[in-house]
Design a protein around this ligand. Sequence first.
Ligand SMILES: NC(=O)c1ccc[n+]([C@@H]2O[C@H](COP(=O)([O-])OP(=O)(O)OC[C@H]3O[C@@H](n4cnc5c(N)ncnc54)[C@H](O)[C@@H]3O)[C@@H](O)[C@H]2O)c1
Length: 421
Amino acid sequence: MATRRIRRFALVGTGHRATTMWGRSLLEGWSDYVGLVALCDLNPLRAERSRDHIGVQVPIYTDFDQMMAEVKPELVIVCTRDDTHDELIVKAMEAGADVISEKPMTTTVAKIKRILEAEKRTGRRLDVSFNYRFAPTSARIKELLNSGVIGDVTSVDFHWYLDTSHGADYFRRWHAFKEHSGSLFVHKATHHFDLLNWYLDSDPDQVSAFADLKHYGKNGPFRGTRCRTCPHKAECDHYVDMRENPLYEALYEEPSALDGYVRDACVFREEIDIPDTMVTNVRYQNGVTVSYSLNTYMPIEGHHIAFNGHKGRIELRQYEKQPWTEPPADEIVVMRNFGPAERIWVPHSSGGHYGGDDRLRNMLMKPGLNDELRQRAGSRAGAMSVLCGIAALESSKRGSPVAISEIWGEDNGIGLLDRID
Ligand SMILES: NC(=O)c1ccc[n+]([C@@H]2O[C@H](COP(=O)([O-])OP(=O)(O)OC[C@H]3O[C@@H](n4cnc5c(N)ncnc54)[C@H](O)[C@@H]3O)[C@@H](O)[C@H]2O)c1
């Protein structure tokens, strides 16, 4: 029997995401397909802690170019801070590797162009880890839309809720600064805009948004530097003790001595510059209109989405965390105009994003899998969702709608966004 070839991969950026999703869990489930050959992080102590948790004996690098030259991985998985993805993606492709980038693919228009141009020039492949496309409810909704049960979709209501724990977490670290994350319009909403682009099978055309910082940052009643040393521990609802999470403690606490990157910085720091309360309208090229919102200090975690069509409506209210008991399944309601409604129960699967993370890893690691629903997302999808977020942020600053074509500008006739499907 022929033995399967194991793809040699390297991880760059060895924080929590790399260590769990693309480190330990990947090797536990997919080691017949891929083998980890090196780790790279600017912080060698964090990389050591990551290597310990993953449970491998591989070299650690702080210099990405050196790792590429010495180890020559076939695949690089990029899990660094969002604004650094482009440089590492481009270098990896230039060194002959395919790349999986964590979302968002990147944070600015210039960086998007740089990535797409490098992919075209090198002929390598870039995948973007849009795991929400693989969540069981997302797949079921896509099937229902494809079936035509509600006819052509005319509009979408889409509201995403981050709770006081997960939402606050974005304000503890680099995500809290536009320069590093592009704001949550890019960092977080890249998932949501990608879901819309995929569900609707169209590109965003015009974007209009309002956004404010209403709860975190300068709005706090008091502030410290970080939770561990904060004089307001007892009175702060957002106080966290990172020691309760041994992996966070190992990856971030002692390693912070090398780079100053603490995992529990104060959510009320004055200098935080991203909005926490956002609403957006999007008009698609196929005429569909969307109303979307993102709130970050809610008592619930999850989303509500509804597709309105000529023949009916599909609705989902998905709770990932809530202060009441929900059944271990999500309900999608399909309502037909002038006809009956149907309640479809979609069971939760185990693992991250109700099994979406495992399905994404299957799709990316196992060769030749059927992709009937087009869940696998490449650089174009990565680009379109980020462009939508950049346009939303720009619109919220200007106070007027922004066209995607305007922020995209010229690409010197290279056709970087030509549809490839
Ligand atoms: N798909 C999802 O659901 C999901 C979930 C969590 C995180 N993410 C994404 O994964 C990525 C990592 O998230 P995280 O929470 O682990 O971040 P993190 O900040 O904990 O870790 C990032 C690591 O990258 C290192 N780093 C930064 N710049 C570097 C460079 N130029 N070269 C080498 N190392 C560098 C940092 O030292 C740090 O150790 C982010 O892009 C994030 O958006 C995706």
